[in-house]
Write a protein that binds this ligand. Sequence first.
Ligand SMILES: N[C@@H](CCC(=O)N[C@@H](CS)C(=O)NCC(=O)O)C(=O)O
Length: 226
Amino acid sequence: MSAPLTLVSHALCPYVQRVAIVLVEKGVAFERRNIDLAHKPSWFLAMSPLGKTPVLQVGGQAVFESAVICEYLDDTHGPRLHPADALERALHRGWMEFGSALLNTIGQFYSAPDEAAPQARAGDIRGRLQQLDATLGPGPYFAGERFSLVDAVFAPVFRYFEVFDTIDDFGFFAGLPGLVRWRAALAARPSVQGAVVADYPARLRAFLLARGSALSARMAAEAAQG
Ligand SMILES: N[C@@H](CCC(=O)N[C@@H](CS)C(=O)NCC(=O)O)C(=O)O
């Protein structure tokens, strides 16, 4: 029997979540080892060339970069989550990259220091969501009936909006019913639900509140108003 895989994780990391989702979709047993990214342990720095989570420990090797880990798991464990056709697969890889770009935009949104900047970044997010909506077919998933790696990438992206929606109505999903349906289908998937700890929303709120950003200030003002 091969040694169990270890996923080196951080509780809030969306890149870790995509790997956890793929592992569960494939029924692969794994251990999760959480670290504090503010105080990276020396064993982690020794194994992780970029000092980032996720890392998947496979035997004595440390596989890093979430998209690479997902592809490795797809090459080694069924069922296949990538399309069989090379062109379709290339298109899916492009949308996975788009998902990473959207995560960067979301990070800029919640970290922006002054009030004008989050409004501008919210516009960027909205623009990307509109682009995404325009590519969607009938669903329920990105490529139809079959759950794919693209779904594993966007499920953690959409999870941010569960908390953003409690802060204000930013109108991110207004007039995008295909995206709303896709988001709901992903949120209902057991692999997606199990990719985070039960108190994830509270932890994410605490993280956002502590950013010292314009969004943090808005959250604090709302909390003070009761
Ligand atoms: N491109 C990387 C991004 C991973 C990443 O940014 N991880 C964050 C946590 S969500 C991290 O480890 N940050 C720590 C740091 O940059 O020092 C991937 O897809 O795995």
